[in-house]
Design a protein around this ligand. Sequence first.
Ligand SMILES: Cc1cc2nc3c(=O)[nH]c(=O)nc-3n(C[C@H](O)[C@H](O)[C@H](O)COP(=O)(O)OP(=O)(O)OC[C@H]3O[C@@H](n4cnc5c(N)ncnc54)[C@H](O)[C@@H]3O)c2cc1C
Length: 399
Amino acid sequence: MTIAATQASPAQDASHGGHAVTARTELEEFRASVRRMVDDRIRPHAAETDRTGTVPEHSRAAFREMELAGLAFPEELGGSGADLHTQVIAVEEVARGCASSASILLTPWAALTPVAVHADPALAATVVPGVARGDELASFCLTEPTGGTDLASLRTRAERVDGGWLLNGQKRFISNAGHSTWYAVLARSGADSSYGVFLVHAGDEGLGFGKPEEKMGFHGFPTADVHLDDVFVPDGHVVGDPARGYQYMMDTLTYTRPLVAAQALGIAQAALDEALAYTAQREQFGQSLSRFQLVRAMVADMATAVAAGRALLHHACDLAVENTSASRAAVSMAKLFCSDTAMSVTTTAVQLHGGNGYMRDYTVERLMRDAKVTQIWEGANELQKMLVAKDAYAAHERR
Ligand SMILES: Cc1cc2nc3c(=O)[nH]c(=O)nc-3n(C[C@H](O)[C@H](O)[C@H](O)COP(=O)(O)OP(=O)(O)OC[C@H]3O[C@@H](n4cnc5c(N)ncnc54)[C@H](O)[C@@H]3O)c2cc1C
């Protein structure tokens, strides 16, 4: 299935400017088609993916066949140029079946957004199409051992040499590390506080990886350190202006946070579905759990939070393309609210399953483990609160 290019995504439109909105019925039809695919091909393998810790290749095959891997990229780079609403619906529905698979889908979009928007067309044409087809993966390399929240403190250096740049440093917790073809690396490129985005290819000499991390959740989504030891990056593999990389990455986060919010929402929706099914069939005191008012109140709170999260997320998608302080705040609110909702709804779903909920045999146990990291990555929720509060005070002063 191909999605029509009805709205410029940030990956297409550096100005983050004018756009038309994909019709609501079209979006709902798209949601239904992704849901069917996920129910058939991804959800049935999710527990096995979690148990074995293997990359869900069956999901990658399904993304290729349904042309989902290219949703975020413009048609001239091999994508389908879908709008952000369409992208978050795809991510939410995939995450509802398997959170690891959703990360496999969205991480290359995040990694290559600066390329699609800011890189020389020749570089973009080299790098993006393989990822847009779903044949290749890409990694987004910001975090370092010294910290992920305070990105300005990063130490990885790019030193100017004849014909290019020499990269040295270490990136921490990098998704898809060791599996990607391309690594978009943020590095200090000048004595002042200028940074560049440098594209490292999997075959480049000096690129190495740490041990695969053993994580609480997201077992089908690989994470490892990336080591850069005198890696030569030719001038042709530098994204845009080598002094503006920090701004490119910050702009990218405005677009990727809705994707992470959508992933969290998919996890929350899955937990709600599980809680509804379980409480409808489990009996205590001679009646279904679903008949107890306390249980119904818990379910009502879960359903309300999920619906509110979805509304906030699509509101943020409407604003994200503007890339203003208010739109960045809306995106942060969506990331904050949807990830907190994922944590609270999965925790309640485990509670409603009683002892069974604590057992690996039940899906809610995995969902609760997967939910936790959505409050941490793509900017910890405390950082999102800082951004929301900053905009709230600025708006107050303007009034
Ligand atoms: C599974 C996984 C995959 C990841 N994938 C990637 C990836 O692909 N690419 C990438 O670049 N990074 C990735 N990350 C890194 C992730 O983005 C960071 O872990 C995150 O930004 C937090 O940074 P940190 O871990 O260094 O925590 P720190 O910055 O050390 O912060 C620790 C905690 O302190 C609190 N805190 C920090 N600063 C403040 C403040 N100013 N005010 C109040 N509280 C504060 C927050 O609660 C925060 O969680 C991944 C992380 C995980 C766990």
